[in-house]
Ligand binder design. Sequence first.
Ligand code: MG
Length: 376
Amino acid sequence: MATKSPKSLIDVDERERRLLAPYAMYSSDSAGRVFPEPDHPYRGPFQRDRDRILHSSAYRRLSGKMQVFTGEMGDYHRTRLTHTQEVATIARTVGRALMLNEDLIEALALMHDLGHPPYGHAGEDALNECIADEGGFSHNQFGLTIVQEIEVRYNEYSGLNLTREVLAGQTSRVDKQAKGKRPLLEVQLVDAADSTTYDAHDTDDAIKLGLVSLDQMSHLGLIREGLSYVKKRYAGLSKELLRKAIVHRLVNHQVTSLLDYTASQLKERAFESTAQVVNSDFTIGPDPALAEQKKELESFLYENVYRHPQLIQVRQSAQLRLKKMFRAYCKNPALIPEKYRPRFEKIGVRRVAVEYIAGMTDHFCEETHLMLFPND
Ligand code: MG
């Protein structure tokens, strides 16, 4: 693969041979790109993928897309971009300890939410309904469309021309129940880091915004553990510091469990190659007791935060706006900017309308809606 260049003291393959476990994905084993490219002198293929994703317009737009809470609710809570960065950091921490390929992990993590439309899952549900009769819309699938067809980077072809491993990793997110080979450990790890991250930060944001209180959550296994851990170490914390200490513990406890349990499982399995991993039934995750506690916390968040009356209201009005915009674009396709129109022929006006809306940030969507319907 990458050849030694005077610019680097060690080449990518040599570095990976020294640092990665036999079950990790090695750059030298990559199946390459759809459009072959020469190797870079000092960046491996997954590093280049990471950089291509980082420099894409869809990635920058994540800063204007909500995770769970909208911009009007304040400036403390996570956006889709800061969520993505937290996922990447946690996944890399665990990946490094497990001697997995950090470059691949980072590329996958930065890509994982690239296809999210404005207004989070509410937006996704509305767009899905708009084209339910044509296969529907999913943010995971749209992430793939973005990097393969929509991003404009090269003269010769559309998309970012990412490695097959990154594309396959994202594909496995589209249908997580799909039968067949297991995803690479790097892919599985990013998925586990995603839930580790949102379980902690949604708790933090929801308490900070006053939608729920720590008291209300103290019966949940994970929060109970956090409270007892924190109270044993620190006395008389202010409300603010107590929340922060609990969230810190929530991250640390989950990450440690994920790492310890996965490391012990990997030791037992003693995989000698990625081929053995993908042909096994191995799944990265926290120990089963913690997995139960995570489920308990997630159903609490679902009932009390994601379905909070304040969010339901935001959700419903966003969905009405998106559907109205969709109908307007279908009725009058000339309202869709010219650069999106070449796709009319390939995927039809209705899906182009959905894709155009899905690419918008929350704020841009608001403004566009106002422009289309000034009297609303
Ligand atoms: Mg995510």
